[in-house]
Design a protein around this ligand. Structure first.
Ligand code: HEM
Length: 502
């Protein structure tokens, strides 16, 4: 009897092999990452699809809605959630306990998302492993107290230029204070970290400020859209070309400065084999050029990073503080009285900054609302959070600082501008790790003391001379405002204020 066996075509065989290979791969993945699968299965989170995971929830992310997308995620999955971004496993959390466990562990690696910062600069912020350790060891001594003291003259000088230049706006119908503040923080950073007075305020380098802001915003959009377009697709959108153009404009300044500084050192015979005594950041870097540990291009990248990270963050915080003081005149009046009582001969002195307790409370409350909303770490060693939870190596942790900083467990009035959150009594009673605008652990922001000192000085010097106001009304809840993401939260409506002479 003839048996009729259907004949398989080559295409059928190929399909069977392909499906078989995918099934074997999926089973192997499940087995290899079984601890990760088991943790993620126990956590709430959006349903993952094959290959794309739950990335679909971030479809359509643009710079205008990036913050609201993350806000919605945090609202839908509060506390600790799981997220598959394609085949990459993530814990997304605002839990103080998880933050503390991760930051106090040996995990110092950042997640793969930071690779996109390398579009701008191949330097410490996005560096991994041994390279990061090497660079961090150069940076840390440049922020010690004995070095920070070298910056006093520069703070006085640039602060005075800033306050003087605001005069042109007195009695006007309002202006956006961001660019003037940013030019001032650029001047301070260049002077203090890179040893060069570029006078960005006197020869207003508005293009430098806007190019830096726009490039930083585009990179954040790409980092956090979580739809990882391959480079060629990104280039097809024309965005890559635009970013390169903006970066070129901003990098001219650090490039020129580094080249000039190298020449100066050579002429003055300052070439040294080892650092001696306190020295500013650029000289610590150039010592490594002399020893052959760093190249000139690498040093330019490092300098560029400091230039951006140090100037944008402090400018945004200062500008927010001015906007908030304009929105809340009672808070402004109390700060003004404190500053007036503690200044001598109508001047704010850096040595008196520690007496400005209320002013510092205002800055901290500003950072609570508008500081960096999100950061992440790649877990290289298991993190034991408590008896019930271990985050296995191989996972990414998205840390939602904005949610932590608004958690009603730690903040009496989460959505309000309420500097009392930082009264000495409230600070004392708050548990460790509930407020970390500069993050923590080995990768804590190295510029934190520099930032607090420069911001306190500039805000106090400004309030002493001018009264700020605005036509805007304070929102019921500051979380309802529209933001864009540029390292920190940047208001879509800008930083418009009016000023009057005191
Ligand atoms: C209000 C001011 C500032 C805020 C809120 C701030 C916040 C932060 C945060 C949250 C991080 C950690 C980022 C992460 O883990 O992904 C960080 C890192 C960093 N910050 Fe700041 N920062 C400020 C000012 C500065 C200043 C003034 C400088 C330099 C002069 C600076 C230089 C850096 C650098 C180089 C890193 C990377 C550190 C590393 O990866 O080891 N920051 N900053």
């Amino acid at each position: 009897m003839d048996v009729n066996i259907p004949r398989l075509k080559i295409s059928h065989i190929l399909w069977i092999c392909l499906i078989g290979a995918l099934v074997i791969r999926a089973l192997y993945q499940r087995w290899k990452y079984r601890r990760i699968y088991s943790l993620l299965a126990s956590l709430p989170g959006p349903v993952p699809l094959p290959f794309v995971g739950a990335s679909y929830i971030f479809a359509g992310t643009t710079r205008n809605n990036i913050c609201s997308k993350f806000k919605t995620f945090a609202k839908n999955y509060p506390g600790v959630a799981g997220l598959w971004e394609r085949e990459e496993p993530h814990v997304v959390t605002s839990s103080r306990e998880v933050f503390n466990a991760v930051l106090s562990s040996g995990n110092v690696e950042k997640t793969y998302h930071y690779a996109y910062f390398k579009m701008a600069t191949r330097s410490m912020f996005s560096a991994f492993g041994a390279e990061w350790r090497f660079l961090r060891n150069i940076v840390n001594p440049s922020f010690r107290t004995n070095v920070l003291m070298l910056f006093d003259d520069s703070f006085y000088h640039h602060g005075e230029v800033f306050v003087h230049q605001l005069k042109q706006h007195v009695g006007g119908d309002g202006f956006d204070i961001f660019i003037p503040v940013h030019l001032c923080t650029i001047d301070m950073i260049c002077d203090n970290m890179i040893g060069t007075r570029i006078r960005a305020q006197e020869n207003p380098s508005i293009r430098l400020s806007t190019a830096m802001l726009q490039a930083a915003e585009m990179i954040h959009e790409r980092v956090y859209s979580l739809l990882l377009w391959p480079d060629f697709v990104y280039s097809l959108t024309g965005k890559r070309k635009l970013i390169d153009k903006l970066l070129y404009e901003c990098q001219c300044v650090p490039r020129e400065i580094v080249e000039q500084r190298i020449k100066e050192r050579e002429t003055a015979g300052l070439k040294r084999q080892h650092s001696e005594g306190p020295q500013i950041y650029i000289d610590s870097l150039l010592d490594k050029l002399d020893t052959g540990d760093l190249t000139k291009d690498h040093i330019i990248s490092e300098v560029f990073e400091m230039f951006v990270a140090g100037s944008i963050t402090t400018a945004i915080t200062n500008a927010w503080a001015f906007k908030l003081l304009a929105l809340y005149p009672d808070v402004q009046e109390r700060a003004y009285q404190e500053i007036k009582e503690n200044c001598v001969d109508g001047e704010v002195r850096l040595s008196d900054l520690s007496k400005l307790i209320y002013t510092e409370m205002i800055i901290k409350e500003t950072l609570r609302h508008f500081g960096a909303p999100l950061t992440s770490r790649y877990i290289t060693e298991d993190v034991q959070v408590d008896d019930k939870m271990t985050i296995p190596a191989g996972m990414n942790v998205f840390m939602c600082l904005h949610e932590l900083h608004h958690d009603p467990k730690y903040w009496q009035r989460p959505g309000e501008f309420y500097p009392e959150h930082f009264s000495p009594a409230n600070e004392k009673s708050r548990p460790k790790g509930a407020f970390i605008p500069f993050m923590g652990g080995p990768r804590v922001c190295p510029g934190n003391k520099y930032a607090m000192r420069s911001m306190k000085f500039l805000i106090a010097s400004t309030l002493l001379r001018y009264k700020l106001s605005t036509d805007e009304k304070p929102p019921k809840d500051l979380r309802e405002m529209d933001y864009r993401l540029v390292f920190m939260l940047f208001p879509s409506s800008g930083f418009r204020v009016k000023i009057q002479q005191r």
